[in-house]
Design a protein around this ligand. Structure first.
Ligand code: ADP
Ligand code: ZN
Length: 367
């Protein structure tokens, strides 16, 4: 059988550059990648429960054939699994299975699975090898790239964690075919963000192909994931530990985090990001960074994503108060990532309360 094409993108970190493999229906090519890098083949898999239900049989078949020893640890789906009790259970299962320093930990699932098992890999015996196989569109274009791992603690998200880079990331876009529709929309919200960080071509491409992207048309989904991963790879490699440039990845996120908290997470992350980008574009215009003509043009992409109706019920006052608690603020001032043009970001921007309120009010017309 003809091998399906696999795109290889390098995350060019100074210390340990690593590849991201991207393709459609490429799972059968995973064993040879493992065998080349990990001849000892002692594998511990952390797999999301929903993925195990839908894809477990084929995954087990393919991985078991190439392993010397293998254990599958099933994770209960959902954010509430990202805690230290679950971490404790993973360490215990590793020890019960006599796994040592030569273990290869493979994480298969969305952001929850990747963050938790990435942190387990970073800390077990001071660090074991790690492969990420993101199965949500959101995790593929965001959390699986860049090395952030962690768990929630005392109701605070990602309070405890580490930067820990995988040996490689393996993205089979065929996994996305079983995602609920809202998860695809959520991933698309994060993909749209990359359009503003790169160039006109990607912006125009997404404008033109948005419907095919949502329908997971293989060429379009592959192209969009490849482009998004390339942009994120380039940004994180220039600022591995988030001291400057990496902040551009937070476009729309100051607003988005407030929307998520305000709605008790009854909104998907990418939906909140799209609505956050709308607000950030309008605020950029109010601060005269962005012309009205450009703003109107740029608004056409994120307004294709319709967030839940109750977002419109959140009061500007409560969104503002939530943004005041954002951990990226300095000296009690809300900091925004704003836009002058495509590829021209303004970091650490500040705005008066009135400008923020009117932007939030006007943004409602677009979602
Ligand atoms: P994220 O959206 O940050 O990646 P999660 O890890 O919580 O977040 O994944 C979102 C949901 O999607 C979870 O319920 C998870 O079980 C489910 N899921 C992950 N990948 C797939 C898939 N390929 N098909 C169906 N459901 C999936
Ligand atoms: Zn995000």
């Amino acid at each position: 059988m003809k091998k399906l094409e696999v795109k290889r993108i390098i995350v060019p970190l100074k210390e340990n550059p690593y590849p991201v493999y991207i393709g459609n229906s490429i799972l059968s090519q995973l064993p040879e990648l493992i065998e080349v890098s990990f001849p000892q083949r002692n594998i511990f898999v952390v797999i999301d429960g929903n993925i195990d239900r839908t894809w477990g049989r084929i995954i087990r078949k393919i991985l078991s054939a190439s392993a010397k020893k293998i254990t599958f640890y099933k994770l209960t789906p959902g954010e509430s699994s990202k805690n230290y009790l679950e971490l404790n259970k993973i360490y215990t299962a590793l020890l019960d299975g006599n796994y040592g320093r030569d273990t290869l930990l493979i994480s298969i699932g969305g952001g929850v699975t990747g963050d938790l098992s990435g942190f387990a890999a970073s800390s077990f015996m001071r660090g074991i090898s790690l492969i990420h196989i993101p199965t949500t569109l959101l995790a593929a274009v965001d959390s699986s790239i860049g090395g952030k791992t962690g768990i929630n603690f005392l109701k605070k998200k990602n309070m405890i964690g580490a930067f820990y880079q995988p040996a490689f990331v393996f993205i089979d876009t065929n996994f996305f075919t079983t995602l609920p529709h809202q998860e695809i929309i959520s991933g698309a919200g994060e993909i749209i963000k990359y359009a503003y960080l790169s160039d006109r071509n990607f912006f125009n491409y997404l404008q033109k192909n948005f419907d095919s992207l949502i329908k997971l048309q293989p060429d379009v989904i592959n192209e969009s994931v490849i482009k998004s991963v390339s942009i994120k790879a380039s940004v994180v490699s220039q600022d591995e530990k988030e001291s400057g440039l990496r902040q551009i990845l937070n476009l729309g996120h100051t607003f988005a985090h407030a929307f998520e908290t305000g709605l008790n997470f009854k909104i998907k992350h990418g939906e909140a990001v799209a609505a956050g980008i709308i607000s950030a574009l309008i605020l950029s215009n109010k601060l005269e960074l962005l012309s009205t003509r450009n703003m109107n043009e740029y608004l056409s992409l994120p307004s294709k994503i319709r967030p839940p109706k109750n977002l419109g019920n959140l009061k500007p006052e409560s969104i503002y108060n939530l943004m005041l608690t954002d951990k990226k603020n300095r000296d009690g001032k809300i900091k925004f990532v704003l836009l002058k043009g495509i590829g021209e970001l303004v970091l650490g921007a500040e705005a008066a309360k009135l400008e923020i309120f009117t932007s939030l009010q006007e943004a409602k017309e677009y979602y």
